[in-house]
Design a protein around this ligand. Structure first.
Ligand SMILES: [Zn+2]
Length: 285
């Protein structure tokens, strides 16, 4: 597998074949016949579609990788269609590098299209050279593409796991998750979110891996935590149910393309002391 290498600071690409990750909102534009791949093109743009906000993302082997955007009302020519990034992430055969590049592209084009005027004084921003950020010259305020950390944690006790579900999830159960708050580290966030959502205390909090989750710009930071004490007291505003499941009577859970599915897999394989997620779909022990 040829890795995707970010071009930072943004510079001229070195690959001889040019591919474009083009977004229309949260949807990536793809060819009907190549539904999980970026569009072919030249250094000036993708074939068969006119884009704006073009920039270089990096390289992948002999590929020069670019990002661009089309307006929400852009009509696609025959042979093109869109796929929601979340759908793309769940498709079989999509490599981690395509997902990484697509997530990077989506977040950068979103930042570039939504960020126009200084939040402090209202003057127009200008691009900072060799950087993804913007600067307001009148007041010197600078802004950069946001990334919001959120924790996701599997609570276990021997052969049981404590899983939760929300309205709209159907029969599927998953892990406790929540945004990190200002002034908080990840371990404190894990303990707080668990306490708030299901009312129990945990110990032996252990980091196992992370996943970019570009909806709109999270990075999910994954943990295992051992149950310590307390009875389940569910946050009924956020959850529809929270309960213990035995290892041999598990409900429907997230797929392995999501970090929640991978953390569950570590526990199911009895690797809570050693299991580690490296990259998007690779689990090392
Ligand atoms: Zn300003």
């Amino acid at each position: 597998m040829v890795p995707f290498i970010r071009a930072y600071p943004p510079n001229r690409p070195t690959g001889s074949v040019h591919v474009w990750y083009v977004f229309r909102g949260e949807d990536m534009v793809v060819e009907v016949n190549h539904g999980t791949q970026p569009l072919a093109g030249t250094p000036h743009g993708p074939n068969a579609i006119t884009t704006s906000e073009q920039f270089v993302l990096g390289t992948q082997g002999n590929l020069s990788v670019y990002a661009a955007v089309v307006p929400a009302d852009c009509e696609l020519s025959e042979g093109l269609q869109t796929v929601h990034l979340r759908t793309l992430m769940n498709q079989q055969g999509v490599t981690p590098d395509v997902i990484m590049a697509a997530s990077y592209a989506k977040q950068l084009v979103e930042f570039r299209t939504l960020t126009r005027f200084c939040t402090r004084c209202g003057a127009p921003y200008r691009s900072i050279p060799n950087n993804w950020g913007y600067r307001c010259d009148p007041c010197a305020f600078e802004i950069f593409p946001p990334v919001s950390p959120a924790i996701i944690v599997l609570i276990y006790s021997g052969d049981r796991v404590l899983l939760t579900t929300k309205v709209g999830w159907g029969d599927r159960y998953s892990l406790v998750a929540g945004f990190t708050e200002p002034g908080e580290n990840f371990e404190s966030c894990v303990a707080r979110e668990v306490r708030e959502e299901v009312g129990v205390e945990v110990q032996n909090i252990r980091y196992v891996g992370s996943q970019c989750w570009p909806f709109p710009h999270q990075v999910m930071v994954g943990f295992l935590a051992e149950y310590k004490s307390g009875e389940i007291v569910m946050d009924a505003e956020e959850l529809a149910d929270a309960r213990w499941f035995e290892r041999d009577a598990m409900p429907l859970t997230p797929p392995p393309t999501a970090i929640s599915g991978q953390i569950l897999d570590i526990w199911l394989k009895r690797q809570t002391e050693t299991g580690m997620i490296i990259g998007f779909d690779r689990v090392l022990t």
